[in-house]
Design a protein around this ligand. Sequence first.
Ligand SMILES: *Cc1c(COP(=O)(O)O)cnc(C)c1O
Length: 389
Amino acid sequence: MADGKLGLNTQLAHIGNNPRDFFGFVNPPVVHASTVLYPDAKTMSERNQKYTYGTRGTPTTDALANAINELEGSAGTIVVPSGLAAVTVPLLSFLAAGDHILLVDSVYGPTRHFADTMLTRLGVQVEYYEPHIGAGITGLLRPNTKVVFTESPGSNTFEVQDIPAIAKAARVAGAIVMMDNTWATPLYFRPLDHGVDISIHAATKYPAGHSDVLIGTVSANETHWKALYEGFVTLGTCSGPDDVYQTLRGLRTMGVRLERHQKSTLEIAAWLEGQKGVARVLHPGLPSHPDHALWKRDFTGSSGIFSIVLDGGGKPQAHAFLDALQTFGLGYSWGGFESLAVQVFLGDRTIAKGQYEGPLLRLQIGLEDVDDLKADLTRGLNAAAAAGA
Ligand SMILES: *Cc1c(COP(=O)(O)O)cnc(C)c1O
């Protein structure tokens, strides 16, 4: 239905399923399925029909996968049971013992844990690179480098990577480029348009959007789609139909939700820059951010998560800040309708440790009224100051 000329919100309202396939009902059915029946023995032996078994896809998973393909410009998309599975399934699908992988040092923590434990145990050589490496990645590429794993902006510290430069260098060396694009969503960055082969999303965040679903999507270009789907089927990592349906429902409003997240977040981030007790605000959409120009070149918007650095102090001040909050919840994950805060841990970083003036606090700005959120953050900053920040 979407042809790329339509606006994003128009696309979001119509992509994925064709109501005429199901008697005109606007939404696709939630197909609960393991067994699919065949009309006769010949068809069964040849598996010669559209759907063959629940793990391989249903009209419900197709509706979501088709919608994501429209947004990503991808040849195919798999839907998996969490954002973390959206990271691990493509890695397991493409890597073998003896291969080398390069991962950005500001990668999502559990991605690092997977690389350091399971990939290492399987005989993959794991190496991290500095987020600003750009075309310099050429110096780290080896004949056996199979995958370059990117994430931009980086988790918690929000460094923007030069994805086109990295993708170009990796392609010359014959390495597959994967990108965890959870922060921007395909509305604000389309990885495949910038040379990435595999685009990864924790759809748990903005697509699902209501803090009640765990789900991931992985989208591949034409060259890598077959191998990705083969890995997905081999691993059996299909998602439950209710979660898939809820994500398709979330997608319909993702555009308007993101506009609100973006606006409130930029307003609060800019305001925080002028507040006493804040040393720095790490949000690439702010002109003060060192990677702002790169972000502006490649991204068409920003989402609702960023970090602040307190002006001195440590854990006691960070805890005082968090404990004073009344509207912000203390919790992991993000992308839902509610605001959240968490102290960031950088102890597992090997390169991108940063030189920060004080503790780092990550904020997810929800859909609440900005004035209430500012009042809550003021409570936090006052408490941190009272604790001696
Ligand atoms: C949250 C997150 C994930 C993992 O998603 P889950 O659904 O929580 O497993 C992966 N990558 C990034 C960047 C994330 O923020």
